[in-house]
Design a protein around this ligand. Sequence first.
Ligand code: MRU
Length: 418
Amino acid sequence: MDRLLDCLNWPVPVSGIRKNPSYPCNPWLNPEPREAGRLRITRYIPAMLVDGKPYRTIWLPDSDPGLVQIIDQRKLPFAFKIADLRTTDDAARAIVEMQVRGAGLIGATAAAGMYLAAIEATTESDFEAAIQKRAEFLCEQRPTAVNLRWAVERSIAAISECESNEEKVAAAREMAQTVADEDADFCRRIGQHGMELIREIHEKTGKPVNILTHCNAGWLAFVDYGSATAPIYAAHDAGIPVHVWVDETRPRNQGARLTAWELGQHGVPHTVVADNVGGHLMQHGMVDLVITGTDRTTFTGDVANKIGTYLKALAANDNGVPFCVALPSSTFDWEISDGVNGIPIEQRGGDEVTVMSGVPVDGGGPEQEFQIVAEGSPAANFAFDVTPSRLVSKLITERGICDASENGVHGLFPEKFS
Ligand code: MRU
């Protein structure tokens, strides 16, 4: 109840919501679009909390039409900072420098970047050429998450239906908002479907359900709720006892830095483990279920996710632990059938491997960087790996749960195969 009241009182940083104080506040309800005067409100109360206040990871303030705001994830968990994006370059930089990251949020940022690109294109003589150039530039920033190109293409399609520059800018803004809203809604639905898997395990064992996750497929990787974390939050909110093993996820430590932080903010019991611990935990019956996210999933069920995911899937397979992958349909690649050979794997700078950062142990002072490798040793940094569908027990999508196979995916998304 406190949480609901809090929702009502907090001036959430998402445009539109405060205009209808009777808007449903339970974040797991399915809010129907409502009419409020001339304004058709289809947006959601953010469900995820920072210091008890609901936030999304990206939003477009009504008060300043040329502005997009994001949570700067590079600073977490030691500082909570909001960053302003005002140009296509800002959006591109936010993606490549990982102020924002995670498949869904990369897509939402790309769509917002396209809105900023549309504003810029109105100042050039050839709007179409200007927007196309910026679209390609945005797409180049990170190769693995398919949501990037998907969002850019949706924006281009919306813009191309308009006549005047003014309409094009408005369409791009509307699409940026739609991509963000859809992402939040799809993740909420993933939570509702995935929660049933957790409930089933709990009803069988009568004990808290131990779930292992890798990297951050939490709300920080999307707009709200997360993919892998959505079932966990839904179960926790429904009173099903859960405990999460959080892989630290070298080299950038998205598990230790981001997943642990957001689970803590939501009050979900969790324990951070070094990346190589998962196999041991599974051998000793300490993991009931693995849920990860994915950055690109073939229509045949192969899954590209943060480096190290494949090894967890092998360990899960060897120990009879269900290995589930949660994704909104925006993360499907409907063209590629062989993930291992077809999905481009991003390679990042070796410095992410050789340098670690953190705050002094006593908590005082700003974040500092430390070299952890002998001077001169080269480092390789493959950011993702592919888990073949044979190792994936189930896919959890906004439309329901299916086998990780062409047949399974076809059953939920038949229109994509026609
Ligand atoms: O490199 P990142 O942090 O953008 O990596 C992507 C991820 O966050 C993970 O692979 C995640 O598990 C899936 S993205 C929803």
